[in-house]
Design a protein around this ligand. Sequence first.
Ligand SMILES: [Fe+2]
Length: 407
Amino acid sequence: MLKHIVPSELRLGMYIHALDGSWLSHGFWKSSFKLEKTTDLQRLQASGIGGLWIDLARGLDVKPAAAPVPSSVPVDAPTLWQEQIEQARQQCKQAQSAVMQMFHEARMGHAIEPEQAQALAEQIQKSVERHPAALLSVARLKNADTYTYMHSVAVSALMVALARQLGLSAHQIKRAALAGLLHDMGKVYTNPDILNKPGALLDEEFAHMQLHPVQGHALLQQSISDAEVLDACLHHHERLDGKGYPHGLRGAEVHLMARMTAICDVYDAITSNRPYKSGWSPAIALQRMAQWCGTHLDTHIFSAFVKTLGVYPVGSLLRLQSGRLALVFALSENKLLTPQVVCFYDTYEARRIDPPVLLDLSATPNEHILLREDPENWNFSDLDDLWQDAITATSASACTPDSSVAV
Ligand SMILES: [Fe+2]
């Protein structure tokens, strides 16, 4: 499609189909070309031509005038959010070292102390009940050394949030927290080289890894009496279509806690960065998991899971109407479709926004979410750092109604 524009609207990346006037008036010997050099852009704008045609099928359009880039708008009580995050960080740190200790004891051949495990699960539960978004946001940040431990904390936290969303009883919520915490205990018997292997596992390595539900179940049986917690540990890798392990259970044979654990486990695993692969963006992960419902995962429980996290969970990469890329920074209750975001990249200008800008989309009527972006298409290596920097910066910002929050 061709469009007529004036030179002031020109920008790099446009495909120029024809220039008004003869070549003598503008000095370009060819009038159809992709505008890639700044010098050409400047020459065209200085040439005095009245206008030109661009081909939208072969290059960029003009920057949309109808969607002025809003300046940043203060977010809701960022300091409060920062405090919640800081608290959640401390709680995660404590929970992580308690889980490390628990794994260490099990490796030494000692049985799990049920009271200690229950107390830890209750701590995680309380933290989620206080500030759900904060703990779930922090628990997704893991490094290679702490992955297995933080995964247990994260799955426990996700289980609590999911159980609450499903309207389960207080007793069931408690049980869900414990099941999430203990589901992967069998990994204490998995060879660390296989557990942390970069890349695909060989058949025999995969078979070794697949022993962990049975091994964990045997370990927990020594001290945990709750049959549903034991069942979740044994069957969290089962699939509804019978293609899971260790028993190839089908449909109703996979019980509620195991179905819930499967969803929380898969979500945390695919959204976490590993030494050999970057985690998927939370929004992309939910999109892909939706395709596994019915065969692998339970559709009804998954719908509740999505409601728990929001359509755009914290950490998701989005493209906004203004052409800016933004990272979901925080969610406000009842505003799951209009999260608080950090804008850090201008796709029209193909450059970073420095410093990044914090926006509350529920307070910016002329800005909205255009689509979810897959980070794999962009190659940004610092999205988690960006999110953490935003937390730090907002704590230092004094937000008044007229102030902007550049982070
Ligand atoms: Fe597992």
